[in-house]
Design a binder for this molecule. Structure first.
Ligand code: AQP
Length: 332
């Protein structure tokens, strides 16, 4: 064990303005790990450049993502909050792990297939080897649990395979991590195409509700959400739009899906959609307020980044030097 407690690691890419998918599937759940685990939460800017970014926006979003972590309840005194590119060990271990990751494994990753279809003019090697960098992120801290939305499950499974393969050749190097996926909210769907995951980089603004949308915008987007032609607030296999809205309402209110169906029995789609918008705004508005306060103090955010990077680097160095020794690099 690297720390005095089991370790939790997760990350978010500053690749766009975060959505309620990122919030419900991941960030909202991070603070609950702080008591029991040594927590590392990272802004993964190196992952973000696998897709072209505008430099000034990437920089701005890096601050914003860190501010959102804190606004969502992550106390920088209890958690190590930092930026991936501030800890070079991530990129170093990623190179080593690339040599223990198979071409066939990377070719099977759904995210690679989706993103290379979406960015056909820029299918770069980084997009392909994204999972080995993610494996490095996780394995560097001898991580026990990785809280994520379900879209990242395949990457954590590959991380486990890489760790097991490495451990077989060089015993007792890495802790093999477990993904932790929330029971509800693990896959929030697009409001425009509810068969598709809600993604921060979606070009259709009506498809995504962003954590920083104002209340009216949130309600308007929910009111426009694509639903089926029925009129009952009930889940069903052929009702992806309503299923998604019920999930979102249930995540924001803490009610079960059955309770939501009972609450809206006899109510029309329009009224329900407004209620979902209001429930979302009620939880998100206080986060926004805290976020704005934090963002106004860049000096503070930089202090958090710096302290986080020093702390993360301390733990990362221990694993990296063990790995270097095991594979036969000369440690000076
Ligand atoms: N729609 C979603 N529902 C539930 N969880 C989600 N996550 C992402 N989308 C949803 C979870 O959010 C965390 C951070 O995601 P990420 O920034 O690392 O990248 P991603 O999974 O590729 O998310 P996006 O929003 O789709 O980003 P882009 O558009 O840049 O690719 C992860 O734990 C993820 O599971």
């Amino acid at each position: 064990m690297l720390a005095d407690r089991p370790v939790s690691f997760s990350g978010v890419q500053p690749s766009g303005n975060l959505t309620i998918g990122n919030y419900l599937g991941a960030i909202k759940n991070f603070p609950e790990f702080s008591e029991k685990y040594k927590c590392f939460y990272c802004v993964v800017d190196e992952h973000a450049i696998t897709v072209r970014q505008i430099p000034a926006e990437l920089r701005r979003r890096t601050y914003e993502t860190l501010a959102l972590y804190i606004a969502c309840g992550l106390d920088p005194e209890k958690n190590t909050l930092y930026v991936q590119s501030h800890v070079p060990a991530h990129a170093e271990l990623a190179w080593i792990l690339n040599c223990f990751t198979m071409f066939g494994e990377l070719s099977r990753m759904t995210q690679f297939k989706d993103k290379s279809a979406k960015h056909a003019d820029n299918i770069n090697a980084g997009l392909f080897t994204y999972p080995s960098l993610m494996a490095a992120d996780i394995l560097l801290y001898q991580t026990d649990v990785v809280p994520i939305g379900s879209d990242q499950k395949q990457h954590v499974e590959l991380t486990r395979d890489i760790a097991e393969r490495f451990n077989q050749i060089f015993p007792d190097t890495f802790t093999v991590p477990e993904p932790i996926i929330p029971q509800s909210g693990a896959r929030i769907m697009s409001l425009a195409e509810p068969e598709k995951k809600m993604s921060k980089s979606d070009e259709n603004e009506n498809a995504v509700v962003r954590i920083l949308d104002d209340k009216d915008t949130m309600i308007r987007k929910f009111r426009r959400a694509v639903t089926d032609s029925g009129n009952e607030i009930r889940r069903g296999e052929d009702k992806p739009g309503i299923n998604n809205l019920i999930t979102i309402y249930s995540c924001f209110t803490g009610k079960t899906a059955e309770e939501v169906e009972r609450e809206f029995d006899g109510v029309g789609y329009g009224e329900f959609k407004t209620a979902v918008g209001n429930a979302c705004a009620e939880k998100i508005m206080p986060v926004q307020e805290e976020y704005r306060r934090l963002l106004a103090d860049k000096g503070y955010l930089e202090e958090v980044m710096k302290k986080g990077a020093d702390e993360a680097a301390y733990y990362a160095r221990k694993t990296l030097s063990k790995v270097r020794r095991k594979i036969g690099f000369v440690n000076l």
